[in-house]
Design a protein around this ligand. Structure first.
Ligand code: 3PY
Ligand code: MG
Length: 254
């Protein structure tokens, strides 16, 4: 089976550069994939109308490069998880996982029996991964559950104890909202910082990975130094908006 390069980087202790896709336009996805991120996350939760068909097409485009295709699914639901894995996602990020039972549901959907309850039917992924996919998928496919409520942080050890889980992905803005704080990335509130640290500490205790959604490269580097190693450092729409704005500003200021 084709190796999951992100897992290899984790094993080697090397930083993982993660990009985010809020659009599934083929040319935009191709441009992002050509940029050389280690992983690209197709955002089916808050991306712009990215349903299963467009996500599958995005995985096909990403897999013309060495970038690892990952999906953030819309919710903790086995149906989209099964769909994106069969279509070629090598990693799944599952939103709003708040308890051990919810983590069992999320992880189980990503794992073939006896570890989980994923059904067999690797339609496109067999071309991408190889004919030995079934035998190796449980070890190669990444499953990260999103920690984005105070309740999940409180229960972090019970969530971490679910077999087959690779780690956590912190959603900083939803976490802030659940703590009664305004939604922000790179949150300045010390209680938010402490919650993020608690998630990272639990990941380390349980031999898992922790990642966090970042404001950009500077925060991404800082989070890497802190110990997080699946940090989205930018996305297609943000890059387009920033480039368009700065070009216009430079033109109009002259
Ligand atoms: C959050 O901030 O809640 C997220 O889900 C970021 O992707
Ligand atoms: Mg969120």
């Amino acid at each position: 089976m084709r190796e999951n390069r992100v897992k290899a980087l984790w094993r080697e202790g090397k930083p993982v550069a993660v990009g985010w896709l809020g659009s599934a336009d083929g040319y935009v996805v191709e441009t992002m994939a050509q940029a050389g991120f280690d992983a690209l996350v197709v955002d089916m939760q808050h991306g712009m109308a990215i349903g299963p068909d467009r996500a599958a097409a995005a995985f096909q485009v990403i897999s013309t490069t060495d970038t690892v295709p990952v999906a953030r699914v819309p919710w903790n639901d086995p149906v989209p998880i099964q769909y994106v894995l069969d279509a070629g996602a090598y990693g799944v990020i599952v939103p709003m996982v708040n308890s051990r039972d919810e983590a069992i549901r999320a992880v189980g959907a990503c794992r073939y029996p006896p570890l989980g309850y994923r059904s067999n039917g690797p339609n496109r992924v067999r071309y991408y991964a190889g004919s030995d996919y079934f035998a190796n998928a449980n070890a190669q496919v990444i499953c990260l559950v999103m920690i984005e409520t105070a309740e999940a942080v409180e229960r972090i050890d019970e969530i971490a104890s679910v077999p087959g889980l690779d780690g956590f992905y912190i959603g900083p803005t939803d976490l802030a909202i659940s703590m009664g704080l305004p939604p922000r990335l790179d949150h300045p509130d010390p209680a938010h910082a402490a919650a993020c640290q608690k998630v990272l500490d639990a990941a380390r205790r349980h031999g898992l990975v922790a990642g966090i959604h970042c404001t950009g490269a500077d925060e991404g580097r800082r989070r890497c130094a802190q110990g997080f190693n699946f940090n989205a450092i930018g996305g297609d729409i943000g890059f387009i908006a920033a480039g368009a704005r700065s070009t216009l500003e430079r033109f109009r200021s002259s």
